[in-house]
Ligand binder design. Structure first.
Ligand SMILES: [Zn+2]
Ligand SMILES: [Zn+2]
Length: 386
């Protein structure tokens, strides 16, 4: 009897979540995944490893209904259907899903569904503890280098920094050339509304300022909620910033002696923000970007998945779910409300000002409203149709 009640209670408390481990080769992604699986087994939770790279939908067919945690390794080899399958597992089947994979392939290109999975995840960890394989280099290894098989040495894949990465496979010998400038880096801070992204960006910019770095901060001009010419959080923490209309405007404002560049609300910029960030980093700049990775329908927002893939460091923040009575601190979705009701799918992507309000919600309390139907002209006409 007690066991039965315990089981029901446990069933009721099951939430379901999506955790994504990414990073270059040898960064320990699969080890992290296996550690989660082992922990689940230690806790007596039913664990299942799923794999079928030919068709992600077949993962659902394999699912043991009693499984409380499932793992999917090498997620980069699946197609984009994997995102919906894993979201369904976490949200509808209430399973804890743990995924590992390369977000960039060895040529440095975004790999399969990984960039969007990092956005859809409740927890996304980019493993960056690998040190560059180039002897003497102390840069963070965030890329995977492919080395040719030569004279009996088999083909190898090693983690290298972005400075020592080439899209083409190289011989096993390392580069003789040293670079004059230190490597720059791209830091990305993502999370839903009220998760504290802007506060975290400002904290890091302040740190750089105390260290004496020359800093410039930018934000898109359309966001004028609290301040013009400042990055400002919901809690009124501010940092001076230049409001720019678009990516070209941003590029034109970056000064030669600037070492640290902060960009807030990056989701509102066009896709060119990704190549601009990469160029600035390649020229030794430290670029810190913050933005909403999912829109109000929980779809990847603008350039954010690509920024997540190219970032050297990724910080995904969570908020507390504002759905009455939930209390989950795993809110990763932004709920748009119009007159207190969830906004329907056909409402515009960006609403500035007006009647819409926003809440942070967990994946289980994020709602999409029904499409608004035209009002019937008169009751008589409606019943006449029946
Ligand atoms: Zn290096
Ligand atoms: Zn909730």
């Amino acid at each position: 009897m007690i066991n039965e009640r315990y089981r029901e209670d446990r069933e009721r408390r099951r939430l379901g979540s999506l955790t994504v481990f990414s990073g270059p080769t040898h960064s320990g992604k699969t080890k992290k995944l296996e550690a989660e699986a082992e922990r689940a087994q230690r806790q007596g939770r039913r664990m299942q490893r799923l794999a079928d790279p030919t068709d992600p939908n077949r993962l659902l067919d394999q699912l043991d209904p009693a499984a409380e945690l499932v793992t999917v390794d090498d997620a980069q080899q699946y197609d984009d259907r994997l995102i919906e399958v894993l979201n369904d597992l976490a949200t509808i089947h209430r399973v804890d899903v743990v995924v590992a994979g390369w977000e960039l392939d060895y040529t440095g290109r975004p790999a399969g569904p990984m960039p969007e999975l990092m956005c859809a995840a409740d927890f996304a960890l980019k493993l960056d503890d690998g040190v560059c394989a180039q002897p003497g280099c102390r840069n963070l290894a965030s890329r995977t280098q492919r080395f040719h098989a030569v004279n009996g040495t088999p083909e190898r894949f090693l983690p290298v920094c972005r400075r020592h990465h080439t899209a083409e496979p190289r011989a096993v010998s390392f580069q003789e050339v040293w670079f004059d400038e230190p490597s720059g880096s791209l830091d990305l801070i993502i999370g839903c509304m009220f998760s504290g992204k802007t506060q975290e960006l400002i904290r890091r910019l302040d740190q750089a300022r105390y260290a004496g770095a020359t800093i410039q901060a930018f934000k898109p001009a359309l966001d004028d909620r609290y301040a013009i010419e400042a990055v400002a959080s919901h809690r009124e923490v501010r940092f001076p910033a230049i409001a720019v209309p678009d990516v070209d405007g941003l590029r034109a404002q970056v000064q030669d002696d600037t070492r640290v560049i902060g960009i807030d609300e990056a989701q509102f910029f066009g896709p060119e923000i990704v190549s601009l960030a990469e160029q600035l980093v390649d020229r030794g700049r430290h670029v810190m970007v913050a933005g909403l990775e999912l829109d109000f329908l929980a779809r990847p927002f603008g350039p954010m998945p690509l920024l997540a893939a190219y970032a050297d460091r990724l910080t995904k923040l969570q908020a507390s779910c504002q759905y009455p009575g939930c209390g989950s601190r795993q809110a990763t979705r932004t709920q748009r409300l119009v007159d207190g009701a969830p906004a329907p799918a056909e409402s515009p992507l960006v609403v500035i000002g007006g009647a819409a309000t926003y809440q942070a919600r967990c994946r289980h309390h994020h709602r999409i409203g029904l499409p608004s139907r035209p009002e019937p002209v008169s009751v008589v006409e409606e019943s006449a149709e029946l």
